[in-house]
Write a protein that binds this ligand. Structure first.
Ligand code: CA
Length: 231
């Protein structure tokens, strides 16, 4: 099997070298760049399976803008962003720009590897099929029916739409803004707590009483549906 190709864009040489070495030890093929122009050049010949991007980059095009450029060329490329800024605002902007996940520097290397594996497994958005399964939760899309551990769960229309959106984006952090736009067709209104209220309704129905929790809060950002626990 050909090794998965990972594009890493980071302008701090020591950080770049250590990420490259770590990924290569895991058997990945690594393309490196220290700015956006080089990143686009590097991905001309070999299509990356995943991009890991620092947000603060020199050369006039930052990591947030690079997300857009890469997305134009590779619409389903999973993107993990690294941010040293650590403010929720930048994380939200990055996720809104199309990043799938993020880590705040300095990060734990084992966690970076775990996120990398998770994003590569997911590849692109799960296709709309008749049945989507996450752990013991099953969504029968044609019938809009949901079961957990074989037991049917009755959901309202909005609860189902919210769950479907979270499941289609499984293992990816979704922002409240994305949820508002997609599920409610609303321009985001910071004054509303409707999303948190509905997420709680949904949790009570699909997670309450089960050992494995599927819906996780990402404080200040949004939510993620995953069978893997999140710190
Ligand atoms: Ca940087």
């Amino acid at each position: 099997m050909n090794p998965k190709v990972i594009l890493v864009v980071e302008d701090e040489p020591r950080v770049l070298a250590s990420i490259k070495q770590g990924l290569e030890e895991e058997g990945y093929r690594v393309l490196t760049a220290t700015n956006a122009a080089d990143a686009m050049q590097e991905s001309l010949d070999l299509t990356p399976d995943l991009a890991i991007l620092d947000i603060g980059l020199p050369g006039g095009v930052n990591g947030l803008q690079l997300i857009g450029l890469l997305r134009q060329k590779f619409p389903s490329l999973p993107i993990l962003m690294l941010t040293a800024l650590g403010t929720n605002y930048d994380v939200v902007r990055g996720l809104d720009a199309g990043a799938d996940d993020y880590m705040v520097k300095p990060f734990n290397f084992a966690e970076l590897m775990a996120r990398t594996r998770s994003l590569l497994r997911r590849g692109s958005l799960a296709p709309i099929t008749e049945e989507i399964q996450v752990a013991d939760l099953v969504i029968y899309t044609a019938a809009r029916k949901v079961t957990r551990a074989g037991k049917e769960i009755s959901l309202t229309t909005k609860e189902y739409d919210l769950l479907f959106f979270l499941v289609r984006n499984r293992d990816r952090v979704v922002t409240r803004r994305e949820i508002a736009e997609v599920v409610w067709q609303l321009k985001f209104d910071t004054g509303t707590n409707v999303i948190d209220v509905y997420v709680n309704y949904l949790r009570n129905k699909i997670d309450k009483g089960y050992d494995v929790k599927l819906i996780h809060t990402v404080v200040g950002v949004g939510y993620i549906l995953s069978e893997e626990p999140r710190k």
